[in-house]
Design a protein around this ligand. Structure first.
Ligand code: ARG
Length: 458
C-alpha cells in the first residue's frame, strides 16, 4: 500500500516505481526504524493521540515484526513497499488494522530517514572504533616483537637513515590513533536527534523532543527543523574519516608490498594471505595488500559522490538525498573489512632480520653521521655536508661503505677526522644519538611502546 495515494488518479509507472523505491537499500535500517517508531509511539501517548493501551499494542507489534524479520528475510526483500518506513507501517497495519494507521501522526519520512541513518552511523562508529583498536594492538604487538629489527628508512624511496621495524609500526599506530579520535569527534556531532522536526517546519504535536531523543539513546536534539531534515554532514564527515583512514591503510599496504618484494626482501607474508600465479610457479603475490590499497579508491568514490550530491542542493529535503546510503553502506563495510584484513596480515608477518640490517647498512645512510661528526669538530654544517658528500662519492667509486674506508682517505678530505670516526659511523651510535621524543633510539622506542600499551587499555 502506498503512503500517499489519495491525491493521485494514476498508479505509478512500473519502471518509475522501481527507479524510485529505496527499500532495496534502506532495508538495512530496519532495526533503527523500529526503535524510532517505538519511541514515537510513546510520544504519541503524551500528545493524547494514543492511549497507553494502544501504545503497548503498537510497541508489541513492532517488536514482533523485528523478531520475525532478519535482514535477509524474503518478506522484506521481495516486498513491493517503497521504502523501509512504508514496509514497517504496512506490517503494523496488517497486524493491528486501523490502530496501525495512527503511528504516522505528526511525523514525516524526511525526519525518519535521517533519524534512522544517524542511529545506524552511531552503531557503525562504535564498531569501527573497536576495529581500529584491534589494529592498533596488532601494530604494538609487532613493534614489541621486532624491537631489534634494523631496517632502512626511506625518503623519495631512497635509503635515507636506518630505523627499526618497531619505529615503522609505531608510525602507523599514531595514524590510527588520529583516525580513532576523528571517529569520536564525528560521534559527538552525529549523536543529535532530528526526530520531532516534522517534514521541515516542526511538528504540530506538543511533544518533548528531549524525552523523545532519550528514548532512542540520543544525547541531544537538533535546534532547527529545516536543518534537521536537510543535514547530511554526518555522512560526509564519516566518509571523510573513512577516506583518511583508508589512506593510511593504503600507505601501510604499499610499504609492506615493497618490503615483501624480491628487491627488498625485508619481510615474508604468510601463505594464507597470498596467492600464486596460474602460469609462474615461483610466484607468491601480496593480493590482500593490493586489494586494501585499491579499496581506498572505492571509499574516496563514496565521499566524492555524497559531496557532489549535496553541493548546491536547496533546503530542505530533496529526493537526491536518497542516494546518500548506498555509497555510505558500501564504504563502511569496505573499511571494516580492510581493518580486519590488515590485522590478519600483521599477525602472520615474518621479518627477514639479516636482509633488513644488510640493507640498512647500504646506501650510505650513515652519511649524516659523518657530517654531524665534522660539526662536532668545529666545522660549519654547510662545509661538513660538502665534505661528507665528497667522501660518499669516493666510496661509491671504490664500491665501498663509508666505515670501510681507511683513515688516511678520510684525512685526505678533512684533517680533523680521527680514529673515533668509526664509532660515529656505527649503526649502534646512530640509533643512540636519536634520543629526543619520537626518535628511533631504543630508549625512545621503549617509552613509545609502553605509552602505546597504556593507551590501548583506555
Ligand atoms: N527514501 C527516502 C530517502 O532515503 C526517505 C523518504 C523521503 N521522503 C519523501 N517524502 N519521499 O531519503
Amino acid at each position: 500500500m502506498l503512503l500517499w495515494g489519495g491525491r493521485f488518479t494514476k498508479k505509478p509507472n512500473i519502471f518509475f516505481k522501481q527507479f524510485n523505491d529505496s527499500l532495496k537499500i534502506d532495508y538495512k535500517l530496519l532495526q533503527q526504524e523500529i526503535l524510532a517508531s517505538i519511541a514515537w509511539s510513546k510520544i504519541l501517548v503524551d500528545s493524547k493521540i494514543l492511549s497507553e493501551e494502544e501504545q503497548k499494542k503498537i510497541e508489541h507489534s513492532l517488536k514482533k515484526i523485528l523478531k520475525k524479520t532478519t535482514l535477509n528475510s524474503k518478506s522484506l526483500l521481495s516486498s513491493n513497499s517503497e521504502d523501509i518506513h512504508s514496509w514497517i507501517e504496512n506490517q503494523l497495519i496488517n497486524d493491528l488494522g486501523n490502530l496501525g494507521k495512527k503511528i504516522h501522526t505528526g511525523r514525516s519520512r524526511n525526519e525518519q530517514i535521517t533519524t534512522d541513518l544517524k542511529l545506524w552511523c552511531k552503531i557503525q562508529i562504535i564498531n569501527l572504533i573497536s576495529g581500529i583498536k584491534h589494529l592498533k594492538k596488532s601494530f604494538v604487538e609487532l613493534a614489541e616483537n621486532t624491537y631489534d629489527a634494523i631496517m632502512p628508512g626511506y625518503t623519495h624511496l631512497q635509503r635515507a637513515q636506518p630505523i627499526t621495524f618497531s619505529h615503522w609500526c609505531l608510525a602507523y599506530f599514531e595514524m590510527l590513533k588520529r583516525d580513532e579520535s576523528r571517529l569520536n569527534d564525528t560521534l559527538k556531532r552525529t549523536d543529535v536527534s532530528p526526530l520531532g522536526s516534522g517534514a521541515l517546519a516542526g511538528t504540530t504535536l506538543n511533544i518533548d523532543r528531549y524525552k523523545l531523543a532519550k528514548l532512542m539513546n540520543f544525547k541531544s536534539v537538533t535546534a532547527n527543523s529545516l536543518d534537521s531534515v536537510s543535514d547530511r554532514d554526518y555522512v560526509v564527515e564519516l566518509l571523510s574519516v573513512a577516506s583518511i583512514s583508508m589512506l593510511h591503510l593504503s600507505r601501510f599496504s604499499e610499504d609492506l608490498i615493497f618490503f615483501n618484494s624480491g628487491e627488498s626482501n625485508f619481510i615474508e607474508l604468510s601463505d594464507n594471505i597470498t596467492t600464486g600465479s596460474s602460469l609462474m610457479p615461483q610466484k607468491k603475490n601480496p593480493d590482500a595488500l593490493e586489494i586494501i590499497r585499491s579499496k581506498c579508491g572505492r571509499v574516496y568514490g563514496s565521499l566524492i559522490s555524497i559531496l557532489v550530491i549535496l553541493k548546491g542542493l536547496p533546503l530542505s529535503y530533496n529526493k537526491d538525498m536518497q542516494e546518500d546510503k548506498e555509497g555510505l553502506f558500501d564504504a563502511i563495510t569496505t573499511w571494516n573489512d580492510c581493518l580486519k584484513m590488515s590485522c590478519l596480515v600483521l599477525k602472520n608477518i615474518k621479518i627477514n632480520y639479516i636482509n633488513c640490517k644488510k640493507a640498512a647498512r647500504m646506501g650510505y645512510s650513515n652519511a649524516t653521521e659523518l657530517a654531524d661528526y665534522l660539526v662536532s669538530k668545529g666545522i660549519s654544517f654547510r662545509e661538513s655536508h660538502s665534505i661528507a658528500g665528497r667522501l660518499v662519492l669516493h666510496a661509491i667509486k671504490e664500491n665501498s661503505t663509508l666505515e670501510s674506508l681507511p683513515l688516511f682517505i678520510f684525512k685526505k678530505y678533512s684533517e680533523v677526522i680521527e680514529k673515533d670516526i668509526y664509532r660515529y659511523l656505527s649503526i649502534d651510535s646512530l640509533f643512540k644519538k636519536r634520543n629526543s621524543i619520537g626518535g628511533v633510539s631504543s630508549t625512545q622506542i621503549k617509552i613509545a611502546i609502553n605509552q602505546a600499551k597504556k593507551e590501548l587499555l583506555d
